[in-house]
Design a binder for this molecule. Structure first.
Ligand code: URA
Length: 189
């Protein structure tokens, strides 16, 4: 039987979360997915980056941010001065929406227990929300300002910055993104 309570998932650990994601049929995306995309990076990171959803490359490989947006994310991580042990990368939803459309609210909600359990087990100080979809999963309809940190219950700090894919076509945004990062270095340094 599927485990969907966050506390049970956390108790059972990463392997069971992975198994549950692999077998999940809680939204329509399981009908079109090739590979479910779970995470990459450290299992005890200071910083967790939360993307939107797998794209074509990620659906083919099962690895988050392995395409063009991933190159920009790597550049951001380097600019932040993080080493491989310092960070992990996950997505708001684990299955690719057809034609890369935005995830639906019901899809975000179906995947939320996995996201919450991943965050609890990873236990980061800082959660970087890469754009609006990740914000939806964490902020219950409230909008955060770009680059303005939001501490949450003494557990972690949320920081919303631009999604790396938004930097592909708007190169001018890179400087803006870098200044959002510069203003917040104290969070992870
Ligand atoms: N965009 C995302 O939000 N996540 C990925 O894994 C790839 C592209």
């Amino acid at each position: 039987m599927a485990i969907r309570s966050v506390s049970e998932l956390v108790e059972q650990g990463f392997k069971v979360i992975e198994k549950e994601i692999m077998g999940c049929t809680d939204c329509q995306l399981h009908e079109t997915v090739t590979n479910r995309v779970i995470s990459k990076g450290s299992t005890s990171p200071k910083v967790v980056f939360v993307g939107e959803a797998p794209g074509k490359n990620e659906d083919e490989s099962g690895i988050p941010f392995c395409g063009r947006a991933g190159k920009n994310l790597d550049g951001m991580i380097e600019y932040m001065g993080l080493s491989v042990d310092d960070y992990a990368v996950i997505n708001t939803i684990k299955c690719r929406p057809p034609k890369n459309r935005n995830p639906l609210k019901c899809e975000i909600n179906a995947c939320k227990p996995f996201l919450q359990a991943q965050i609890e087990l990873l236990g980061p100080k800082v959660i970087i929300l890469l754009g609006n979809t990740a914000e939806k999963a964490f902020c219950n309809g409230e909008k955060l300002d770009w680059g303005v940190p939001r501490p949450v219950d003494g557990k972690y700090t949320l920081l919303k910055i631009y999604h790396p894919a938004a930097l592909i076509y708007q190169r001018s945004r890179i400087e803006e993104q870098n200044s959002l990062i510069d203003n917040n270095r104290h969070l992870w340094e």
